[in-house]
Design a protein around this ligand. Structure first.
Ligand SMILES: *Cc1c(COP(=O)(O)O)cnc(C)c1O
Length: 363
């Protein structure tokens, strides 16, 4: 047997430490996981009922076209039904796009550090990877990305707001970028944290789709909607682009339960509003902490913060783990930790532990 060479340089996805394992290892009875930007408030209460109704139909394949979800979402977003594609999480849309556009004769331009799946899928497709480091402060280097584009470039990835830094690009910056990207290049605009954004200058990406046929916007039900377990994300682009990539999608890639849950979740925008508000208050808790200790937090438009502790982040990570708090170490940021904004109480607890740790070190 001979596996593709590209796979040999990749590692399987490393999930954060399993909660049960951490509990046992440190003899804790409570673990708080603030590592994967999941919604600490769960999901809309309407979702449970919607799922219940589907349990009678488990023997029947889901609707491969997601027709009902498609109708609801197209009305909600004010786009046509044919402008949508659904994925088993937006992760799968990244895979579909890589599969549809990339091969060994192509290259792809990726900000770094950013969401790891862009690179991962491009490597599997054997494309040349052109990583462009973020600017100091965590923003995309759009000029650097433009400079990296040539006639073999097929896909450019933009993560807005960016994971793991949380920074956002403004509409003016993004439009100036789009105006310079050649039309043979697809721009993937990953907006996984869209529902949390508060910046008034954030791009109205859906209205840009009318002027730029080479853009696809990715969003997900995994973050603010709180449905990470069900795996449903979606792409929005011109009808032509969606039609072109559809054959790269598996026919039954989103489950019956996921489709029903997503429909119920869209209808409960009050839940999203309340999560936005609580998240904003949470971000303030972290900012106040950072001010008090003179630490830099990357300016976040998301439900996570990347805090630069100006010291070995591994040590802090382990100290938090011992207390039952799982956060994220981030490759490329050796002195920072990424922490998901939790409930008010969770934020208070982790910040008080961090305050003790930092004071302990200074004393
Ligand atoms: C979480 C995340 C996704 C993936 O979400 P799915 O659960 O696969 O929908 C995509 N992009 C970014 C930047 C993310 O942080």
């Amino acid at each position: 047997m001979q596996i593709k060479d590209q796979l040999k340089q990749l590692k399987p996805y490393q999930p954060g430490k399993p909660i049960e394992e951490v509990k046992k290892e440190y003899q804790l009875d409570k673990i708080v996981k603030l590592a994967s930007n999941e919604n600490p408030f769960g999901c809309s209460t309407h979702v449970r009922e919607a799922i219940q109704a589907e349990l009678e139909q488990l023997a029947i394949y889901p609707d491969g076209y997601s027709a009902s979800l498609r109708t609801d979402l197209s009305e909600f977003l004010q786009v046509s039904e044919k402008q949508l594609i659904f994925g088993n999480g937006s992760d799968e849309l990244v895979q579909i796009i890589a599969r549809a556009f990339l091969d060994q004769y192509t290259n792809t331009v990726i900000p770094s550090p950013s969401f790891p799946q862009y690179r991962h899928n491009a490597v599997i497709e054997h494309a040349e990877i052109r990583e462009v480091p973020l600017l100091e402060g965590g923003a995309h280097d759009l000029q650097g990305m433009l400079d990296a584009i040539d006639e073999k470039t097929k896909v450019v990835w933009v993560c807005n707001p960016n994971n793991p830094t949380g920074n956002h690009l403004s509409e003016a910056e993004f439009v100036a970028f789009l105006d310079q990207v050649p039309s043979h290049v697809l721009v993937v605009l990953d907006e996984a944290y869209f529902e949390y954004v508060r910046a008034e200058d954030f791009p109205n990406s859906l209205s840009l789709l009318n002027s730029y046929q080479n853009v696809i916007v990715l969003r997900t039900f995994s973050k603010a909607y709180g449905l990470a377990a069900l795996r449903v994300g979606y792409g929005i682009a011109s009808e032509e682009l969606i039609r072109a990539i559809e054959p790269a999608r598996e026919p039954f890639n989103t489950s019956r339960i996921a489709q029903a849950a997503a429909r119920a979740a869209i209808k409960d925008q009050d839940f999203i509003q309340s999560c936005r508000q609580k998240n904003e208050a949470g971000l303030t808790q972290y900012q106040e902490f950072a001010n008090r200790f003179g630490l830099f937090i990357y300016p976040s438009q998301t439900n996570f913060v990347l805090i630069d502790f100006e010291r070995d982040a591994d040590e802090l990570f382990n100290a938090l783990l011992k207390k039952g708090y799982i956060v994220r170490k981030v490759i490329g940021f050796p002195t920072s930790l990424r922490i998901t904004v939790g409930t008010k109480e969770q934020n208070e607890e982790i910040l008080s532990i961090l305050a003790d740790l930092l004071q302990g070190i200074r004393a």
